[in-house]
Design a binder for this molecule. Structure first.
Ligand code: ATP
Length: 346
């Protein structure tokens, strides 16, 4: 059975300069060996939360436990260097005057020279940088530099790795490849990790568990599948899936909207609300007297993305496979698989 490696209980951080808390009453548990993706828009408190876990920032209230031991609460504060944590930042932060092997060896203390060499060789192999040991950071690509930063943080075998937007400075191809590799490297090392990102797809792809934050709050904690299929709030649905929302009124089992009525089997207390429809769940059927019209169509390779306009002027977005192309100006009837729809209180 998995064991908790990190536990946060009601953690709050209020900077004296601001009127609302940067981190507000956050509780979460990270299980041994899991990768937790912390996702949220700019300024929602992701970095502040990470800095408190690392020990670079104190808290106003709450408790942080690592490996069952309290490292921080209102009366106790164990400094960063004693917390057994590896940190990787967005800007690599390598030492420019040290080569790859020396950078990786930097955090290794209290072991023999031979053991250092062995460990450095191991992690360099793990991050696929064999042969580049003697290069200096300026002789490496961005992706390679980030792998060195990862190796340097992993070398002392920390209990937890904290990665703050480690891929944001890389171009898209490198970023996509490296996100797979980072997950594999963390899994191979058996290290528990928190990976901060504002990119939904990255969070879903890299994580065992995703935490979605907004304005200091942890809005939802769940597996990538849970977050995607059962968003706990409208914010999570909008931020994670970029879903459409339509005001709706209930008549029995049917929810009536300006573009048609949809049967939604789940029980709801409210008679009005907003129904959520993901872009890929909209089915478009050309119909001459239909209320919705295609305004734009973008070709994305495997899919088309349509922007549709409703009678009230609202925009809806739909994605369909490229084997069915509908021209701009087509009037379409909308349908949805009923189990793909969710209602949020309006
Ligand atoms: P980003 O994705 O842009 O890095 P973030 O989610 O990591 O954002 P934080 O950097 O944690 O967000 O910031 C959360 C809030 O706390 C913001 O409103 C920010 O302005 C504020 N904040 C962060 N650091 C400080 C500080 N040292 N002093 C005062 N306010 C701060």
């Amino acid at each position: 059975m998995q064991q908790a490696i990190l536990h946060l209980q009601n953690v709050t951080k209020q900077f004296s300069e601001s009127t609302y808390p940067a981190v507000d009453n956050v509780s979460l548990t990270l299980q041994q060996g899991d990768v937790l993706g912390l996702l949220g828009p700019s300024g929602c408190g992701k970095t502040t939360l990470l800095r408190m876990i690392a020990g670079f920032e104190r808290l106003e209230s709450g408790t942080i436990e690592i490996g069952g031991q309290v490292v921080c609460n209102t009366s106790k504060y164990i400094p960063a260097e004693q917390r057994d944590i590896g940190v990787v930042f967005q800007d690599y932060a390598l030492f420019p005057h040290l080569n790859v092997a020396e950078n990786v060896a930097f955090g290794l203390r209290n072991i023999s020279k031979q053991q250092i060499q062995k460990r450095v060789a191991e992690v360099i192999e793990l991050v696929s940088l064999k042969g580049l040991e003697k290069r200096y950071p300026y002789e490496l690509s961005g992706g390679q530099q980030q792998r060195v930063a990862l190796a340097r943080a992993l070398a002392p075998q920390p209990q937890i790795m904290l990665l703050d937007e480690p891929l944001s400075n890389l171009d898209i191809q490198v970023r996509l490849r490296l996100r797979e590799e980072v997950r594999e490297i963390l899994k191979a090392a058996g290290t528990s990790a928190i990976f901060v990102t504002h990119d939904q797809e990255e969070a879903l792809a890299i994580s065992d568990i995703v935490g979605v934050m907004q304005q200091g709050h942890l809005e939802q904690l769940g597996t990538p599948e849970e977050i995607y299929t059962h968003p706990a709030s409208r914010f999570v649905a909008e931020f994670v899936t970029q879903a459409n929302f339509l005001p709706a009124r209930r008549q029995g089992n049917l929810w009536e909207t300006e573009v048609g009525s949809f049967e939604i089997p789940v029980h709801h207390n409210n008679d009005t609300g907003e129904i959520m429809i993901r872009q890929e769940d909209l089915i478009l059927k050309p119909t001459t007297d239909a209320p919705v019209v295609i305004r734009t169509r973008r070709f994305l390779g495997r899919e088309y993305q349509y922007c549709l306009q409703t009678p009230s002027g609202k925009e809806l977005h739909a994605r369909t496979m490229t084997n069915t192309a509908l021209p701009v100006g087509t009037k379409v009837q909308i349908s949805i698989a009923s189990d793909a729809v969710k209602v949020f209180p309006g």
